[in-house]
Write a protein that binds this ligand. Sequence first.
Ligand SMILES: Nc1ncnc2c1ncn2[C@@H]1O[C@H](COP(=O)(O)OP(=O)(O)O)[C@@H](O)[C@H]1O
Ligand SMILES: [Mg+2]
Length: 467
Amino acid sequence: MAKTYQRNANGRMALIWYQRPLLWQGVAGIVLLGSSIIRWLYVKLAGIGLRVGWLDTFSFWFLVVSALVFVGLLTFKVWYFVKEVKAAGKYSEYRTQKQAIKAIERGLLSAGLVRKTVSETVVDVPSCEFVADKTHTIIKVEKLPSVADLEKVAEAINSSLRKGKFANYAVSEPLQTADGLYYLFELNDVNTNLSFIPKRIEDLVPDDPYRFKLLAGSSPVFWDYPNQPHALLSGLTGSFKTTTAYLILAEALGAGCDVYILDYKREMLGFKQILGDKNVVSEPSEILSLLSRLVDDMTLRNERIGAEIERRGVVGLNGKDLNARPVFIFCEELGALGEALGKEKSTLHGYLKTISMVGRSSLYMLVNILQVADVNSAPAGMRSNANLKILLGKSTSEMITQMFSSGYIDVVTKNPGKFKGWYFLNGYSTQPNLFYVPNLHENGLNTIETFKELYEVGRKRVYNEMI
Ligand SMILES: Nc1ncnc2c1ncn2[C@@H]1O[C@H](COP(=O)(O)OP(=O)(O)O)[C@@H](O)[C@H]1O
Ligand SMILES: [Mg+2]
């Protein structure tokens, strides 16, 4: 329900009297006090022999009813308070959220994003509410006609939060709730550096082998790749694509995944000493024959999964449910590789599209790295099936459109800054968010030795080898 504000004697806008917190509890308290006095009087009068029959019944029931109303209102208030504190997690968090909501409502009020009711002096401010869980902080704003200009609303919210815990946060375009009554503005940390900077090798070993950490911060971002299969990393030369791919590679090794590297640029040949000559290939013809073999293996695994589904009589089983060993295929500089293949580029794209479409259930994951995600380098079937998209470094409107969609030109800035980019993780958020390049350099983890150790740790993990 909207909150109504009225200009008070000092000329300030204040919550209208009947909406003040604790007002009705106060009134009920006063009534309870009154009824107690009446009852007390009655008892005193009765004590000196002045017994008034109707006053006995009246004072008794008046006291009972007013006590019930008072206790009822108080219980409701306490219940509501407990509910809100529980939703916030702890009391300090509840206080912070309350203050933020107050600041936002004040912000909307001073920006004039209010519904004028009786006159200029009485206005309705849309009610706001925090909806927070582990990964998202959302501000729910009542959809009054006055908040139609969403850009203004976002601006008002952002400037209201300049102080306090949410100073680093900002909102962008909102969603609407299904009932159409509220806007949902997602709050995102836009200033804190969220780079994943592992301290030790163990930090790169995923606790859950089916989930890789991408970003650090108070609520880290994980890539739940069985449900969000395939990655597309794009950006101009030097935008830290390979650096980002190394993080995924490190975690894939630490999780004990099978890893293949198609390395046309011959930057990653050092990994041959860990993975062997068969898993790291750079000649275009070798790359094609490896992909052909992988597609065959993947098809076989899918058949085994199909047979398992039939045997167990359970539908919708996938590689993760069956504890299958994930397979990660890193494809470096896809654009250049395609060019080098000439006429056979379509064969390459055919394999990649097949893996993009079929790899989800069998846990064959593609990590495609390329400069520009245009149709020449990345066919549509591959782009639309990549659930993790990262656009690194400087970009153009065209690159943004190719990676995300033209609808995000306003959200995604063309120059996010060094060691930054934009990412979209399907199902995680509704629009691209800032990406921070991981940093293995800081603690000297950018060595082949690190990857070798990760490989050894990962190999100890037990998977179902029958799948
Ligand atoms: N945190 C870092 N500090 C210093 N240099 C880095 C850091 N991260 C990456 N680099 C270096 O930056 C260079 C460019 O990154 P790279 O990932 O190869 O870009 P791209 O693959 O997009 O061309 C590489 O030489 C890499 O070693
Ligand atoms: Mg590179």
